[in-house]
Design a protein around this ligand. Structure first.
Ligand SMILES: Cc1ncc(COP(=O)(O)O)c(C=O)c1O
Length: 374
């Protein structure tokens, strides 16, 4: 039986654009330029303009984007990079792959993004960069993070993988730091038909280095100025992304309309904490997370009623088995730990209907009542 309210409905998003996709993919096939090439260059120009950045460099995925940005900043073994523990594993993985060590600071109780007040204490003489994560589609409080970076000569690399089109004081996510890293994984606000990512930057030297690194360190074909890797973007992904980029603003607008309907309806349920939009920016609701004390029963009931839901993320990075070696214990980052235990991500995609949003909220309400009675 199909879900009554799916967590995400990519088919509904793609159906009206199908003829455009067919034509664009056909053009790539006819051109024979599949890896990099003119379709990627066109997308890079359009995405840079969208972000208000001088350059965009298309790469294989968002993890590559973070990793290459770190390498291009010269970060490597012996260095430390400060980030947050309530993020997707890739943020920390990219730091580890650069050879540096991740150092965590906790997040703000309301925005769930990096708490700038904690940065100074986390800094050591080995700190070389900071990676704020614009989690769920909301930009971190960048001004104090950028002034901390400037004060100590650190690079600030934005993890904007979940924040395409989000804004901070009128400027787009990704365009605020030394580099901004995006994922175009299919479920993202701007998603490809497979894996893709990009780095945006205003720094001419950084962009040049990232372009060389993503293509085996080649300055021109078969002449390698450094050891790089294969992190090129596929032309088919670029062709698809060019079409979807034209619809991104409208899609983000619809997400915001759904978020305000959710917010309004949840006002009557005091057990539910709905997300907070900071006055400094524009949230694009990649995820709509609510917080509740006891989520298991609610999630079970939602699933039983055919309503998709998820948890982003159940275990903060400092408590993941893979990072046990860093030596952080339970209690090290209380806000991240508490939110990871309380979050439920509800259905959120542009094509949701008002009736579906109401059904989700009513179902959460019913499960709370059932829990209270039980
Ligand atoms: C916050 C964050 N950072 C990085 C990534 C990595 O992106 P990708 O999956 O394209 O490698 C993701 C994607 O899931 C993400 O959500």
């Amino acid at each position: 039986m199909p879900e009554k309210v799916p967590f995400l409905d990519l088919k509904a998003h793609h159906a009206p654009l199908r003829a455009e996709f067919d034509q664009a993919i056909g053009e790539v096939i006819d051109s024979g330029a599949f890896a990099g090439g003119p379709f990627v260059a066109q997308f890079e120009n359009e995405f840079a303009a969208f972000c208000g950045s001088r350059h965009a460099i298309g790469v294989g995925n968002g993890t590559d984007a973070l990793w290459l940005a770190l390498l291009a900043c010269g970060i490597g073994p012996g260095d430390e990079v400060i980030t947050v523990p309530n993020t997707f594993m890739a943020t920390a993985e990219a730091i580890t792959y650069s050879g540096a060590s991740p150092v965590f600071v906790d997040v703000d109780q309301h925005t769930y993004t990096m708490d700038p007040a904690l940065l100074e204490k986390a800094r050591t003489p080995r700190t070389k960069a900071v990676i704020p994560v614009h989690l769920f589609g909301q930009v971190a409080d960048m001004d104090p993070i950028l002034s901390f970076g400037r004060k100590h000569g650190l690079f600030v690399i934005e993890d904007a993988a979940q924040a395409h089109g989000a804004e901070y004081k009128g400027r787009k996510a990704g365009s605020l730091g030394d580099a901004g890293c995006f994922s175009f994984y299919p479920g993202k606000n701007l998603g490809a038909f497979g894996e893709a990512g990009a780095v945006v930057t205003n720094d001419d030297k950084l962009q040049e280095k990232i372009r060389i690194l993503r293509d085996h360190g080649q300055v021109r074909k078969y002449y390698h100025s450094m050891v790089g890797w294969n992190c090129r973007m596929d032309a088919i992904q670029a062709a698809v992304l060019r079409i979807k980029l034209r619809h991104l603003e409208q899609a983000n607008h619809r997400r915001r309309v759904h978020a305000s309907q959710y917010d309004r309806l949840f006002q009557g349920l005091e057990e539910v904490k709905s997300p907070f939009e900071a006055a400094y920016g524009r949230h694009v609701y990649h995820i709509y997370p609510i917080r509740v004390r006891e989520r298991n029963e609610i999630m079970r009931l939602l699933q039983e009623k055919g309503i998709g839901c998820g948890i982003h993320y159940p275990v903060p990075i400092h408590l993941q088995e893979a990072y046990r070696g860093l030596g952080y214990g339970r209690g090290a980052f209380p806000v991240s730990e508490q939110t990871c235990a309380e979050f439920i991500s509800l259905p959120m995609f542009p094509e949701l209907t008002q009736t579906q949003v109401k059904l989700v909220v009513d179902s959460v309400g019913e499960s709370l009542t059932a829990g209270a009675l039980g």
